[in-house]
Design a protein around this ligand. Sequence first.
Ligand code: KG4
Ligand code: ZN
Length: 354
Amino acid sequence: MISHEDKVLILGLESSCDDTSCAVLLNGKMLANIAAAQKIHEQYGGVVPELAGRSHQQNIVPVVDAALKEAGVNISEINAIAFTRGPGLMGSLLVGVSFAKSLSLALNIPLIEVNHMQAHILAHFILSPFDGAQGDKIKLQPKFPFLCLTVSGGHTQLVRVADPYTFELLGETIDDAAGEAFDKGAKILGLPYPGGPLIDKYAKEGNPEKFKFSKPKVPDLNFSYSGLKTSLLYFVRDHVKENENFVTENLNDLCASYQKTIIDILIEKLISAAEQTGIKEIAIAGGVSANSALRSAIEKTGKEKGWNVFIPEFQFCTDNAAMIAMAGYFKYLRKDFCGLDVAPLARWGVEKGI
Ligand code: KG4
Ligand code: ZN
């Protein structure tokens, strides 16, 4: 077992979708977290896997250089390389995995595979360089066991986290993810990709009670979002037949009402999961946790239910390498390393990988 007292520098690499990111963490404290977003996908209305892989190839070296420079760390000081093994787009993952293997071989340091969905959750443990320094308090972190609602572009999951190495999937989406509901809904409303942040923006000016969309009836702790997206499609189609300007005239109210339905579904399931498990330590994670209405809804529900609520900083909601390095640090403490024969996994359950 490696002691927490040792100085451990982890370099994290994230390339599962359309952000190329590199971070450097010193014992869980973030020294640098650099990401290159890929603008190219906007014109196609979604991530084009082939283009994402090519952009990662172009971005990865400059992004790693920039992270090391910002951290003020020489590459020879790094103790281990943590990388996203999956889940994600195969062509995108391949770039990060191959790069991580080469670095580990060249520097003769351990390689640590990280499950992207576990990393989103463990982002709650990333410390800033000021945490604990000069008498400052260390930021509050969820106590184990806690519940995490992970809402990203590809996943919607309710996870019971027993410790940094034990994840139990309590429920997940049976079709579209919450992030997809945002992005596909935005497309129906004529907004560019990724539509989630735009729906968030327009919804702030709209009335969430103006239009009603029916919620799916899914048993247990699973979710379903494809029906909601289709009901928005038919609703818009029917109204546009009568008034071709219906969407532009009602954009704010449409965004607010649609967003409210997405969030109500998430909150209802989260309440059920908290009641069923008796857990009151509640966290959210993933790209959709950047949504302002979801953040306030969780805060409000948390006050009503007596939960301790944990909401990530914006920089740790969407894909980032700091969360990969954090998950890598936990594994480093257990000397949980992988070999150079490791291959990316497009699908990889949140319970796996430890
Ligand atoms: O976690 P993430 O960066 O990537 C995946 O692992 O999928 O999540 C991306 C998703 C996209 O669907 C994007 O529209 C959504 O997060 N998103 C938002 C907001 N910011 C990002 N959705 C709603 N409101 C936001 N403010
Ligand atoms: Zn993600």
